[in-house]
Design a binder for this molecule. Structure first.
Ligand SMILES: CC(C)(COP(=O)(O)OP(=O)(O)OC[C@H]1O[C@@H](n2cnc3c(N)ncnc32)[C@H](O)[C@@H]1OP(=O)(O)O)[C@@H](O)C(=O)NCCC(=O)NCCS
Length: 167
């Protein structure tokens, strides 16, 4: 049975061991920074645990760094991952549902997120559509700036399509 809890310093040892796959394995320093941001009220971070072991995590940034969300006060689901050994069992679905509930509780009527375009993001792209997220209609951005046609940009983690959902 999965438990969802707010990230606390006691989770750090376990969350470091959570294998999020390519590019999703962070060191202690990263999680201590995240806890600092939680304490400053900038984000809420949830962890999913199975028998006390962290198997997934996700954050809600209360003020997005994407101008399309920031201008409209839309909180952003950010840095979501499930341990590779526990994928496809509903962990991210549960985390997203809990993050949506937190946004609702603070009176938000829209929530959003950015998703990458290459194959490593394929599972995330499918999941978000299944959960009712759709494009915000502004096209892709690179490091938060609109991408103009023909721009010679790499397809990497900074090239994002932004999706929203009505709560
Ligand atoms: C994207 C990601 C977070 C999804 O995590 P997850 O915990 O596997 O997601 P879920 O299990 O909730 O749902 C994923 C799939 O499992 C299926 N599923 C959910 N519960 C299930 C269950 N009990 N039994 C079988 N399948 C299930 C869903 O139908 C979904 O399938 P679909 O995508 O084909 O529609 C994970 O693949 C990941 O960490 N990817 C790398 C990091 C990343 O891309 N993060 C997002 C950045 S924007």
């Amino acid at each position: 049975m999965m438990d969802i809890a707010e990230l606390a310093p006691t989770h750090v040892t376990s969350i470091i061991g959570c294998d999020g796959g390519n590019g999703w394995n962070r060191h202690e320093r990263h999680w201590l920074d995240v806890i600092g941001q939680v304490e400053a009220g900038l984000r809420t971070t949830l962890v999913a645990e199975l028998r006390g072991v962290v198997v997934g995590y996700g954050s809600l940034l209360w003020r997005s760094s994407y101008p399309g969300f920031a201008a409209n006060g839309i909180p952003e689901i950010h840095d979501l991952a499930t341990d590779v050994a526990h994928r496809g069992t509903g962990i991210a679905t549960g985390l997203i549902g809990a993050l949506e509930q937190l946004a609702r509780q603070r009176g938000h009527t829209t929530i959003g997120l950015g998703v990458g375009l290459y194959a490593d993001y394929g599972a995330a792209q499918r999941l978000y559509v299944r959960l009712g997220y759709g494009p915000d209609g502004k096209g892709v951005t690179y490091r938060q700036q609109p991408v103009v046609p023909g721009a010679p940009l790499p397809v990497d983690d900074d090239l994002l399509l932004w999706l929203t959902k009505q709560l």
